[in-house]
Design a protein around this ligand. Structure first.
Ligand code: HAH
Length: 337
């Protein structure tokens, strides 16, 4: 990997931002190998893309599987990287055993609370002191309708306070970890107001919550800078820290079904660079409340968006290209003075 591009030295992105916030990347065992040089040079924080999710760590009631997550933590330690934890309570990628008994019937509230507590406590105590912030609850708010909370087994079995309990157990397990509520479509005005109401309710009840994770799965046309700014300001008005937790800037609109592109068009590249410039300008303005900005990957060689929401639609959402070279999107956020 060369450190120069056309005679220009490539600065380390996290060093450029050291007086502002962490620059993070989601990693997995494959990218920790294939994209290792980029991860080491440009990111001060890492998050396991899938390896700390419920189903990865706790496939059966009495069996925890920490090996892969442990390796990610060792990489972080050896390379001086901070770690964000993702995620403890979620409706996806969660083993079904937690909701059911031996006869495959749904368990009662007390049983599920006990199981939730054991999961949170075991995981957080194992990594105590090594993880600066945790996504305690992920994506509990619904996108449509007037309800605030999404229909899920956590909600139907425990009730609205499953969120309060998750934060209480988490705070008990590691009182020094910053505890986050994390969600997507976080800048959409309707969903933003629901997230705001939910978190305000928690804060008013004295639930130990410290921040809101804005996933930031954005694209070339939305959300607007104005919507993002309003979301940051509303969330921060609750005294919450903000982390940008899963940033990627898709070159497609969500439902664009075109799968034939083998590389991004010039227009996509130009627009993406402009968008990255605008987003990071905004983040720098709010550096007093934003404590980290994590991309949901590192280079365009691999992204979950290659298969979501449209299968086999290659995407190029990051600031490093498929060959790990800095894109114009990189220079727009690295060279801002
Ligand atoms: C996220 N959901 C999850 O938090 C993360 O764990 C996963 O690896 C990828 C994305 C985002 C999401 C979305 O943007 C739209 C619909 C459903 C889920």
């Amino acid at each position: 990997m060369s450190d120069h591009k056309n005679g220009k030295e490539i600065p380390s992105l996290h060093k450029v931002y050291q007086d502002y916030f962490h620059i993070g990347a989601a990693v997995n065992p494959m990218t920790l190998n294939s994209e290792q040089e980029i991860i080491k040079k440009h990111f001060s924080s890492i998050t396991a893309e899938n390896e700390m999710k419920f189903e990865a760590l706790h496939p059966e009631e009495d069996r925890f599987t920490f090996e892969t997550a442990d390796k990610i933590l060792s990489f972080a330690k050896e390379n001086g990287k901070s770690v964000r934890g993702h995620t403890l309570v979620w409706h996806n990628q969660t083993s079904d055993w937690i909701f059911t008994d031996a006869n495959r019937k749904l368990v009662d509230r007390q049983t599920l609370l006990k199981r939730m507590e054991r999961h949170i406590t075991t995981v957080m105590e194992r990594y105590k002191g090594q993880i600066y912030s945790w996504d305690v609850v992920n994506e509990a708010v619904t996108d449509s309708g007037k309800n605030i909370l999404r229909d899920s087994k956590w909600l139907s079995i425990i009730g609205d306070d499953f969120i309060d309990k998750a934060f209480e157990y988490a705070h008990q397990a590691d009182p020094d970890a910053a505890l986050f509520y994390n969600d997507y479509n976080e800048s959409n005005p309707e969903k933003r107001d629901k997230i705001f109401k939910l978190v305000k309710g928690l804060v008013d009840k004295g639930v130990p919550i410290h921040g809101i994770g804005m996933q930031a799965h954005w694209n070339l046309t939305g959300p607007s800078y104005d919507e993002i700014r309003k979301a940051i300001e509303k969330y921060a008005s609750l005294g919450m820290k903000i982390q940008i937790t899963e940033m990627d800037v898709s070159v497609f609109n969500f439902n664009d079904k075109r799968t034939h592109f083998t590389e991004p068009t010039e227009e996509m590249k130009v627009l993406q660079a402009e968008r990255y410039q605008g987003f990071f300008k905004l983040f720098r303005e709010y550096a007093d409340v934003i404590t980290s900005v994590t991309f949901w990957g590192a280079t365009d060689e691999y992204t979950w968006l290659d298969n979501f929401p449209v299968k086999e639609r290659k995407n190029w959402p990051f600031v490093f290209d498929v060959n790990h070279m800095p894109k114009n999107s990189f220079w727009k956020i690295a060279d801002f003075n």
